[in-house]
Design a protein around this ligand. Structure first.
Ligand code: ADP
Ligand code: MG
Length: 666
């Protein structure tokens, strides 16, 4: 199973590279790449039942001619299909080869989403399927078409058929009615039935959650000595006095918690959770100021260069007057600047180093690193977090997260982190007003946007990525950009950013928006993280139905950061989920709802789906399983020398080695 992927038919050098870029190197890792969701092809629906927003399979035939339209970089293929009773338009973007294939009367099994286009329910970019039953859908890997990915997984499964050793003790499996591992792997990818899929899901999720909780228990059992930072009591008030505003009560309380951690002999491991805009940055800067007052150096790591620069500017303004020397270390610096930065960090000339991953690359040696702050944790893997704390003598770690999680859940997810919650917004904010805008009302929106821009405000347009379409990744954003620029708002300054642009171009575009040179920023979700433009008051989210609730909440947090009334427009047909978004601005309520609504899309919280904890988070929607594994982990840890406990503990150590090594468990 640990053989290289080249052993699989159809994987040549190019695909190999693409897989490796996605972190998949062996046949085992490919089999562990679990589907995000399944397409149910077993029950196609009649066209008459399709409503906008539905995702469904339809069995149809081509009715009439195919038309093709070109608009700049777009090729739009359009045709009508019928199921005998109804006729439905279908469109595809940038798949010109389809035109030849869509001969009249051809039978098709299509799977996709129905949307309103020009006033008609339209199937947009559906997949052309064959087969029936439950078909796996994987997170897309750039460079590997969906169909090829499916075939590779199938081949990998066949290669290791029957060979997965069942590592969980048999008694434990029997106790919890868990299916056998080979059955689980097979049915996780190609389920024989819904029941088989559920058995597979339960088995895989149980194992992941159990091992995770055992790993956390191992961690809790080890006390962790760390850098102790002593500072005069006045340092806290000095910092608050230097702020241009007075802190909220929540900010004060959280800083007290942080200050107590810094002073203790145990290394701080604290996560500060707070809704977007709750003022977490001030807390981070305060912690840095306290560390400095105690004679220690700090590092502040952000997930993107834009965000790092933004923090750097803010830190310079606030911290340098307090005698704290700030420095910036990001990937785009010249070689010489890199060298100088490394020197300034090593010599202690910089009291705080602010940057991206560049802060943790080899060759960066700190002088007296006492505090590590990482911003927007959910974008970092555990490994990155821990490797920065490797850089010193167990420095204190402070993690800032804008993803609110119900408290009971965060105890399980982040058992190794203490949690502080900033549950109050700074005064004077008007909450963002969220509204659903159906297609029929779109035209009215542009007049409103123009008015806002006339008042001096700025506007975000956010577009979803297109699934399964490496080639047209940026397409909706590009299409929206073209439409705004040429038709809807030609008199405004419009910028575009998406994931496939060169980082330098992307940063330049973001910069033009930040400085106010641009009125409108069209983007994919790259702006989701931390961009702070208080002058932006409107966010328009295209195809809002495609986003998760928590993500929508993150996105709308980009507006409403200044004193002006702010708006978030969800471009979609109304549905209960989106109506819920309009009804609350409380991130914790949204997070709770999001968890309740998690569909089969995240059945498996695998590590490939992002950071480890994000993956576990997906599993955590299953509270019954959480409780079971929690109790089982406790029972096992109560008698750690029993053979079953030993087996499970060894497995947990192996599975979570990266996290445990860092804290000295072996
Ligand atoms: P987030 O928690 O999302 O990181 P930020 O730290 O970026 O939020 O803060 C959002 C905005 O609120 C910033 O412009 C910041 O200067 C401002 N701010 C933070 N704390 C306060 C406060 N106590 N009073 C007024 N404004 C504040
Ligand atoms: Mg922030």
């Amino acid at each position: 199973m640990d053989i290289a992927l080249t052993g699989i038919k159809g994987i040549g050098p190019a695909r190999l590279k693409a897989f490796e870029a996605a972190g998949i190197h062996t046949v085992r890792e490919l089999v562990m790449f679990l589907p995000r969701e399944y397409r149910d092809l077993s029950a196609p629906v009649p066209l008459s039942a399709l409503k906008p927003g539905d995702t469904a399979a339809v069995r149809v035939r081509v009715a009439g001619e195919v038309s093709e339209r070109r608009a700049r970089k777009l090729v739009i293929t359009r045709l009508y299909v019928t199921d005998g009773a109804e006729v439905l338009p279908v469109i595809w973007y940038n798949q010109p080869w389809l035109k030849k294939q869509m001969t009249p009367d051809r039978e098709l099994l299509l799977y996709g989403k129905a949307e309103m286009k020009n006033g008609y329910v339209t199937l947009v970019s559906p997949a052309i399927e064959d087969g029936d039953g439950l078909i796996p859908v994987y997170r897309s890997i750039p460079g590997i078409p969906a169909r090829a990915l499916r075939q590779s997984v199938e081949a990998a499964l066949r290669l290791c058929e029957g060979q997965w050793p069942d590592e969980l003790p048999e008694a434990l499996r029997r106790r919890h009615g868990l299916c056998e591992r080979n059955f689980a792997m097979l049915n996780a990818h190609f389920p024989q039935s819904r029941e088989a899929l559920e058995a597979a899901r339960r088995r895989i999720a149980f194992e992941e959650l159990l091992l995770y909780q055992v790993a956390l228990a191992l961690f809790r059992h080890t006390g962790r000595e760390g850098v102790q930072i002593d500072f005069p009591d006045s340092a806290v008030e000095d910092f608050w006095a230097a702020l241009p505003f007075s802190p909220t009560n929540a900010q004060r309380r959280v800083l007290q918690e942080v200050a107590a951690d810094l002073r203790s002999t145990r290394a701080m491991a604290r996560m500060v959770q707070g809704d977007v805009g709750s003022g977490k940055t001030a807390i981070a800067f305060a912690a840095i100021a306290l560390a400095h007052a105690g004679g220690w150096q700090s590092a502040l790591m952000a997930p993107t260069e834009v965000l790092a620069r933004q923090h750097y500017e803010g830190a310079k303004q606030l911290l340098e007057p307090l005698g704290i020397k700030c420095g910036l270390l990001v990937g785009s610096l010249t070689q010489k600047q890199h060298r100088l930065a490394h020197e300034a960090i090593a010599s202690g000339e910089w009291d705080v180093a602010i940057g991206t991953h560049a802060l943790i690359t080899e060759g960066v040696a700190y002088n007296r690193l006492g505090l590590v702050v990482t911003d927007e944790q959910h974008r970092f893997g555990v490994r990155q977090r821990t490797s920065l704390s490797d850089k010193g003598d167990q420095p204190n770690v402070l993690v800032m997260s804008a993803t609110p999680i119900p408290r009971t859940l965060s105890l399980i997810l982040y058992g190794d982190l203490e949690i502080s919650i900033v549950d109050e917004l700074p005064p004077g904010r008007t909450p963002v007003q969220t509204r659903i805008v159906p297609e029929a009302k779109r035209a009215g929106l542009y007049g409103f946007l123009r008015k806002e821009v006339k008042k001096g405000r700025q506007v975000y347009f956010v577009c979803p990525l297109v699934e399964e379409s490496e080639a047209i990744d940026a397409l909706p954003a590009e299409a929206v950009y073209e439409d705004l620029r040429t038709k809807r708002l030609p008199d405004l300054n419009i910028e575009l950013v998406h994931g496939r642009m060169k980082p330098a171009d992307k940063d330049a575009a973001l910069e033009r928006f930040r400085t106010g040179e641009a009125d409108v920023l069209v983007s994919t979700t790259v702006i989701e993280v931390g961009v702070n433009v208080p002058n932006a008051t409107v966010m328009v989210i295209e195809n809002a139905e495609r986003f998760g609730l928590a993500q929508l909440h993150q996105l709308r947090g980009r507006v409403g950061r200044g004193a002006h009334e702010s708006w978030c427009f969800l471009m979609a047909e109304p549905n209960p989920r989106l109506k819920f978004m309009c009804s609350t601005t409380d991130g914790f309520k949204v997070a709770q709802k999001d968890m309740e609504l998690r569909g089969p899309g995240e059945l498996f919280g695998t590590r490939q789906s992002g950071t480890l904890t994000a993956g576990i988070g997906a599993l955590a929607g299953d509270t019954e399983l959480l409780k079971l594994t929690h109790d089982e982990a406790r029972a096992l840890m109560a008698d750690p020398d029993s053979p079953d406990s030993r087996t499970v503990i060894a497995l947990a150590k192996e599975r979570f080695a990266d996290r445990l090594e860092d804290i000295g468990v072996n």
